[in-house]
Design a protein around this ligand. Structure first.
Ligand SMILES: [Zn+2]
Length: 221
């Protein structure tokens, strides 16, 4: 059975209560910079913390990659605002890019790296649900609206329409300059390969013909 269906099945007995969605904000970028082992640990830790947070009368289940649904058998926001604070973490990193160019047998390197912070934070939307039918409808709305909302503050589902959706990055700073060709500082490339990382590409500089390989650089401090 899909975890979401399990959650819906198990809601009986836990209502009325506060129905809450948690999501590790910008987890994809976190994964890019820190690797999947770190994000796996984030997920394990959240599984444990949310289970403790809902208490014996509550219900919590991971229903997607980095998404959880929970029911708190209370009308107080305190337990899950506490969880947001417990889960929040700032980590200093140095982040940027390195471009290695090769032309006529010579190699040149350009790089830009800045001090930055990577933030682990939960997006959180909630609503009060009185019955299983009521909660069933709300679950779908919570999942539908889980994008573009600022993390680390509990947002009532009823306020969603008034909140401006925008991209939030878990990395506070990147180098001002985008990657360029180490030979001519051009930024116009014919790409041959690359992946979905923040900085990734292998191609040819259209201005000077150098082969340029761009990779992301990230170091914990
Ligand atoms: Zn060039």
């Amino acid at each position: 059975m899909h975890p979401l269906d399990e959650f819906k099945r198990d809601m009986t007995g836990h209502l009325p209560g506060l129905l809450v969605l948690f999501d590790i904000a910008d987890a994809k970028r976190r994964n890019c910079h820190l690797g999947h082992l770190t994000v796996d640990k984030d997920i394990d830790e959240m599984n444990e913390l949310v289970r403790i947070s809902v208490g014996p009368d509550g219900l919590a289940r991971r229903v997607g990659g980095d998404e959880w649904l929970a029911i708190y058998k209370t009308d107080s926001l305190k337990p899950f605002t506490t969880l947001l604070g417990t889960y929040y973490r700032e980590q200093e990193i140095r982040v940027g890019w390195k471009a290695t160019g090769e032309k006529d047998g010579s190699v040149k390197v350009a790089e830009r790296i800045v001090s930055s912070k990577i933030i682990r934070s939960l997006r959180c939307i909630y609503t009060f649900a009185t019955s299983v039918e009521d909660a069933g409808v709300s679950v779908e709305k919570l999942l539908d609206h889980n994008y573009g909302l600022p993390p680390n503050i509990p947002i009532p589902l009823s306020d969603i329409a008034d909140i401006k959706k925008s991209g939030w990055s878990c990395v506070t700073d990147y180098p001002v300059e985008l990657p360029f060709c180490p030979f001519c500082e051009g930024r116009d490339f014919t790409w041959i390969d690359g992946d979905s990382s923040v900085y990734s590409g292998w191609g040819t500089c259209r201005a000077c013909g150098a082969n340029v390989d761009i990779v992301g650089v990230e170091n914990s401090i």
